[in-house]
Design a protein around this ligand. Structure first.
Ligand code: PLP
Length: 374
């Protein structure tokens, strides 16, 4: 099989070996339904609850604040569809937030879609001015992503949560791209709800979670059995939860080292582009996810760059992976007001802890071969 340089970790990441090994017993011998009362099932129950404990400690939560879901989209939908009154969100959110927000609007709720700064950041000031508009006096929920999946920009979530609370609204953050990649402590951030998805941090696909602050009651997601404290019925994905926890623990333990490594790799790529005088722009704010590079090559076609990179054996993305069949300018680049020429020539490179300096050199040199004008 052809081996690729995988540089699309923001779309999904390879399963970490530690996660895979921890999952095996729960996919084989310890297959039991964790709700059953016989002693054999206790191992499955223990695996699930240990995973919950580990995940909680990785984000500064209490275990009873973690509700397992199947993915980030499910967690986001759960929150947005639970809003009691109006919602403020940003126009640069993932579709997992935007689509349910549009649904709520169609159901008669007031929904405000804020435009972030040109870096993709949503500031407390932007949020405050939305609250100051007379039309927006019935807002019960604010939802702003921690890190943008196309630009990598990280917003000041503590300041946004404080601003939402000042206006008596709950605050949710879609932290799907951030958990496992930057330090996050839900209690010190002051968020009420936070969505996450394991396949973005080297855990398996098919498992995510929603953090709900203790004492906050939102509507049940799935009615049925009493799993997840009666909030989301359905026999639990024990192996998924165990793998998610193992991978997250590894990410958090190695976070400083990984960040340093990713910043070195980014430098290798930009130095190669600079050395060849490539005309490009690095997008996003000062505060960015390590390893996520949104690069615009004005006058080029991002999709054509992607296909040529593929021929060089490198997997990258144009904008968001979830938009890969849509050749229009991504809604995120539109929301930050990027000019059409740059937006159409934008690609996203997202590196992982497994990416080597040689991989980064190949990525930089392949890009140069594609965008060099001589
Ligand atoms: N939110 C953000 C910011 C994302 O990047 C993604 C996936 O790319 C999602 C939500 C959806 O996550 P999932 O694929 O786990 O449903």
């Amino acid at each position: 099989m052809k081996s690729y340089i995988y540089a699309d970790c923001a779309a999904t990441s390879p399963l970490k070996q530690s996660a895979f090994e921890m999952m095996i017993p729960y996919l084989t011998d310890v297959f039991y339904n964790p709700s059953q009362l016989y002693s054999a099932a206790l191992g499955a129950k223990r695996g699930l609850e240990d995973a919950r404990d580990t995940i909680a400690s990785c984000i500064g939560a209490y275990p009873d604040e973690i509700y397992f879901t199947s993915c980030g989209s499910e967690s986001d939908n759960w929150v947005i569809k639970s809003a009691k009154r109006g919602i403020i969100t940003s126009a640069a959110e993932h579709h997992a937030v935007l689509r349910p927000a549009e649904y709520m609007e169609n159901c008669g709720h007031r929904v405000v879609f804020l435009n972030p700064c040109d870096t993709g950041e949503v500031t407390a000031q932007i949020l405050d001015s939305a609250f100051s508009s007379q039309d927006n006096n019935d807002i019960s929920l604010v939802s702003v992503m921690t890190a943008n999946n196309e630009l990598g920009t990280v917003s000041d979530i503590a300041a946004l949560a404080e601003e939402a609370h000042r206006h008596k609204a709950l605050f949710h953050t879609d932290a799907v791209q951030a958990v496992g990649h930057i330090p996050l402590d839900v209690h010190s951030l002051g968020v009420d709800m936070l969505s996450a998805s394991a396949h973005k941090w080297g855990g398996p696909r098919g498992i995510g979670f929603l953090y709900i602050k203790r004492g906050l009651y939102i509507q049940q997601l799935i009615k049925g059995g009493s799993q997840e404290s009666g909030m989301r019925a359905g026999t639990e994905n024990v192996a998924g939860a165990v793998g998610a926890a193992a991978a997250l623990e590894e990410c958090v333990t190695n976070m400083c080292k990984t960040t340093e490594h990713l910043i070195c790799l980014e430098k290798i790529i930009t130095e190669i582009l600079d050395a060849y005088g490539a005309e490009y722009r690095r997008n996003g704010g000062k505060n960015r996810l390590p390893g996520l590079m949104s690069l615009s090559f004005p006058g080029f076609d991002g999709e054509a760059i992607l296909h040529r990179m593929d021929l060089y054996g490198v997997c990258i993305s144009t904008g968001s992976a979830c938009d890969s069949r849509n050749t229009e300018i991504s809604h995120v680049l539109k929301a930050v007001g990027m000019d059409e020429r740059s937006a159409l020539g934008t690609v996203r490179i997202s590196l992982g802890d497994f990416t080597t300096a040689d991989d980064a050199r190949v990525i930089g040199e392949s890009l140069v071969k594609i965008v060099r004008k001589d």
